[in-house]
Design a protein around this ligand. Structure first.
Ligand code: OSB
Ligand code: MG
Length: 367
C-alpha cells in the first residue's frame, strides 16, 4: 500500500464541561485530524494530544509540525504491506506516540474500509457490548462532584473515576464513599504524588477503591513497585506505560495490578495489541483510557476496547458528555452505560465533513 494524500485539519471544540486534572484545566480542545487516502479509499485519525505538553511531551502544535514536516512526507514516500507496519516506519522519531499513532490509526481505518470490515473486527476484537465508566474532573465543591456522580449513575455508567490531587483526595473520596457505599469507584492522580506521600496514600485503602491510577511520576515504574506492596488498593498505570515493553517491566516488578491502555499514548493499534497480549499473558486486566477525544478518536477507542482482555469498564463514554455536537454521525451513545461496536466498515461512524470544515481553523494537504 502507498498513500496518495494526507490532509491535516485543526479543529477547536469547547467542552460541555471544563475538565480539571492535577496538571491543569481544559476548556477548549484543539485537535489535529488526519485524513489519509490511497487509491480512492480514505481513513481518519485524530491526534489525542492536549493543547499543552502537560500530560505528556506532545501538544496540538507539535503534532501539526511533526506530521507536516516529517512524518507525512516520510509516509507518503514509502510503501508498506499493511497498517500494522506503519508504526515501524516512524520509529525513528523519539516519543510523540500520539502523533505517530493518529497516522497509524488512520491507515487502519482505511484498510478496514477497503476490506469492507468494521475496524474492531479487523484488529481482532470480539466483544460486542462494552461496559463504560466515566472520568469526572476536579470540581469546585464536593457537592458539585456528588451531583455529577448522581447524573452519571442515573445514565447507567458502570464505574466512576474521580480525579484527585493533594488537597482534593482522601476527604473527597470519603464523602463520595459515604454517599455511594457500593459503587465501583476509582481515583486518578495523574502523577500528583511521590513516595514521601505514602502514609497519606495508604488512607485511601479505607474506601474499597477498584484502583488508584498513576499516583507517582509520569515516567516511573520503580517507585510504583515500591508503593504497590504497601497498598491494598491496586495501582493502575497510565502515563508510565508507553509500550508493551514498559508493561512487561512494570508487571515483572510488581508496579501495578491493572493497566489503562490508551491507543493514543502507546502510538496506535499495533503497539496497543502487543501491550494487550502482554497483559493477557500475565492475567493483568486492562481498560481503555481516553483523552477527551472527539468522534474519530472515540471511534478508534471503541474498536480497541473490543479486544478480549479489556475486562474492566473504560473511560470511553457518550459523545454528549463532551460535545454539544460531535464530528461523527451518528454520535457515540451509551444506553445503560454500554456501547455497541458499530457494524459498518472502518471506524463505523461517518465523519461529518461539512461540520469538520466548519470547525477547522487551518488545513493543509500533503501529496
Ligand atoms: O489521565 O486518564 C487521564 C483526560 C485527559 C488527560 C488525561 C486523562 C484524562 C481523563 C479523561 O481521565 C478521559 C476521558 O474522558 O476521555
Ligand atoms: Mg489517567
Amino acid at each position: 500500500m502507498k498513500l496518495d494524500r494526507i490532509t491535516l485539519r485543526e479543529i477547536r471544540m469547547p467542552l460541555v464541561h471544563p475538565f480539571e486534572t492535577s496538571f491543569g484545566l481544559t476548556t477548549v480542545r484543539r485537535m489535529v485530524l488526519v485524513e489519509v487516502e490511497s487509491q480512492g479509499a480514505v481513513g481518519w485519525g485524530e491526534v489525542a494530544a492536549n493543547e499543552l505538553p502537560r500530560y505528556n511531551e506532545e501538544w496540538t502544535d507539535s503534532a501539526w509540525l511533526l506530521i507536516r514536516d516529517m512524518l507525512g512526507p516520510q509516509l507518503l514516500g514509502q510503501s508498506f504491506e499493511t497498517a500494522g507496519d506503519v508504526g515501524e516506519l516512524s520509529s525513528g522519531v523519539r516519543g510523540h506516540r500520539m502523533t505517530r499513532g493518529a497516522l497509524e490509526a488512520a491507515v487502519w481505518d482505511l484498510e478496514a474500509r477497503a476490506r469492507d470490515t468494521p475496524l474492531w473486527r479487523h484488529i481482532g476484537g470480539s466483544r460486542t457490548s462494552l461496559d463504560c465508566g466515566v472520568s469526572i474532573g476536579i470540581q469546585q465543591t464536593v457537592g458539585e462532584l456528588l451531583d455529577k456522580i448522581d447524573v452519571e449513575l442515573a445514565a447507567g455508567y458502570k464505574r466512576i473515576k474521580i480525579k484527585i490531587k493533594p488537597g482534593w483526595d482522601v476527604d473527597v473520596v470519603a464523602e463520595v464513599r459515604k454517599r455511594f457505599p457500593s459503587i465501583e469507584l476509582m481515583a486518578d492522580a495523574n502523577s500528583a504524588y511521590s513516595l514521601a506521600d505514602i502514609d497519606h496514600l495508604k488512607q485511601l485503602d479505607d474506601f474499597g477503591l477498584m484502583m488508584i491510577e498513576q499516583p507517582l511520576a509520569h515516567d516511573d515504574i520503580i517507585d510504583h513497585a515500591q508503593l504497590q506492596p504497601q497498598l491494598d488498593t491496586p495501582i493502575c498505570l497510565d502515563e508510565s506505560i508507553l509500550s508493551a515493553h514498559n508493561a512487561e517491566q512494570a508487571i515483572r516488578l510488581g508496579a501495578c495490578r491493572i493497566i489503562n491502555i490508551k491507543l493514543s499514548r502507546v502510538g496506535g493499534f499495533a503497539e496497543a495489541k502487543r501491550l494487550h497480549d502482554v497483559t493477557q499473558k500475565h492475567d493483568i486486566p486492562v481498560w481503555c483510557g481516553g483523552m477527551l477525544e472527539a468522534g474519530i478518536g472515540r471511534a478508534h477507542n471503541i474498536a480497541l476496547s473490543t479486544l478480549e482482555n479489556f475486562r474492566l469498564p473504560g473511560d470511553v463514554s457518550a459523545s454528549q458528555r463532551y460535545w454539544t455536537r460531535d464530528i461523527i454521525e451518528p454520535e457515540v451513545t451509551a444506553p445503560n452505560g454500554q456501547i455497541t461496536p458499530p457494524s459498518s466498515p472502518g471506524i463505523g461512524f461517518a465523519v461529518d465533513l461539512d461540520y469538520v470544515n466548519h470547525l477547522a481553523v487551518r488545513e493543509e494537504t500533503l501529496s
